[in-house]
Design a protein around this ligand. Sequence first.
Ligand code: DAH
Length: 345
Amino acid sequence: MILEKIDQLLNEVNNLKANNAEEIEQLRLKYLSKKGEITALMADFRNVAADQKKAVGMKINELKQLALQKINELKEQNEVAEESADDFDLTRSAYPIQLGTRHPLNIVKNQIIDIFQRMGFTLAEGPEIDDDLHVFTKLNFAADHPARDMQDTFFISQHPNDVTKNILLRSHTSNDQSRIMEHQKPPIRVICPGRVFRNEAISARAHCFFHQLEGLYVDKNVSFTDLKQVLLTFARELFGPDTKIRLRPSYFPFTEPSAEMDISCHICGGKGCGFCKHTGWVEILGCGMVDPNVLEACGINSKVYTGYAFGLGIERITNLKYRVADLRMFSENDTRFLDEFVAAE
Ligand code: DAH
């Protein structure tokens, strides 16, 4: 009697079917729970004649193992079915997904940051949308300076009498200088990379946005000699130990004295080539001693503190390192161009 029951259950269990997790749970309850069929068999087992106990016991065990195995199999099949139902994406490419590459401007920016951080500079970033006060006025730009012209700078809103209401896209990262000096007390030693905007017609050599990195050091007894040494170290770290620098007198409203720095042409080694227009030198940055007017405008006592600042163009330096013929390539995101920099890091 009990053997027939076991055979019937074995047959049932062998053919178990379920469409979802709920149905599987029902089957588990039916056969394996405390009130299930197999547990009930155990109760009947007590009445089995002693000489048959061994054979029946083995059969019940076989049934229990089969039920466990079948229910686990159903669970696994169900999980696979549920997963593939969710993840089935007909639009997905059959080819393996390619990893991206770092953008050449970011590669060079990170190299520059690394060099200055090793010299003790901290990193900060300022706003791309700022007011006239921080982009021009505090930096000692005269009221009629041409940079304020609509032809040069993108204005978002203009107000004739209030420089804090003239909102614009910053035309240089030097606004970070006024923002930092306003809030921080010297010693300040900081670099600020960022994007800048100018109202230029887009061509191979000019773009309406590009990237700069601003440097600022304000403390007691900061001198032009300090500036020169930091820039020399920077140039040699970035372009190699044989690199020479030269500083030419220049003018910026926010520095006095001001200079532009050239490095010996990285491409021809200073002998003269098309890139350096046969001079052997290429300009890479503007710099100078922070004008006392700027320190005072930002709340720093110019009798106690002095400082230097510099600003460099990241596209320009990237060009020097990798000779990118057309500035527009930096913003077109053509993966054939970007792929060339896979090994550059
Ligand atoms: N802001 C200048 C520009 O956009 C670059 C520059 C020159 C920044 C001299 C400086 C500096 O901090 O000292 O052309």
